[in-house]
Design a binder for this molecule. Sequence first.
Ligand code: 5RP
Length: 250
Amino acid sequence: MDPVEEAKKLAAFAAVDRHVSKEHRVIGIGSGSTVPFVVDRIREQGEAVNRGRVFVPTGFQSQQLIVQAGLTLGDASQYPKIDVTIDGADEVDAQLNAIKGGGACQLREKVLAEAADTWIMVADYRKNSETLGESWKQGIPIEVAPFAYVAVLHRLAQLGSPTTAEQSTAVGAHGQVLTLRMGKAKAGPVVSDNGNFIIDAPFPREMMQRPAELLTKIKLLTGVVEVGLFCGMAKAAYFGNADGSVSVRQ
Ligand code: 5RP
């Protein structure tokens, strides 16, 4: 297996083994390419244990994973309280703050993170950072109401998100600029499972060092539905390493 895939698997297996016990009945399943390993490990706990459980997805991809694994699908509208949610991450800092939304699922991911007694992140070693914005360079994913996206872009630029490569490089934002996320063929914007658009907003390094402050500022902009900054929410993050070990931050 490719070393990065192996690292994802190690993190997912370790997190399930430590945090998903027989007593857990309602389980949140996150999004991304690490989460299939979470579902694999949960399946390995056996049919007898899983028969009494309900699995709540954070989006279409995880819904498919749950159904294909033969597990019982639930909906966030039925389960305001979840025992444990396990999800991926785009980057995690030393204080367990995270950037999420690389797959445009941050709204449902945050709802399931807040609903969970225990919220755990799983990722490969590339996501393990000291400060947000070190390895995830494309900016903070922000879900916006389509009607308001131009207004929100304008307000994000006023907040300090760079709009030219020169400005971006000068403030330590890797030359990335404020962008409306487009689909692969660039024929139109990415649309989330909730029918909204996604803006990727890089910010100066010094603003990224205070993610909770930045989250509050962005969240207050009218038209913003949810921000892909998850601050102070996780109980632990599991990182699979290239040498076959797992690092746990808690
Ligand atoms: C989707 C997410 C994912 O959890 C995040 O992008 C991590 O994905 P992967 O496990 O593929 O690295 O936030 O919105």
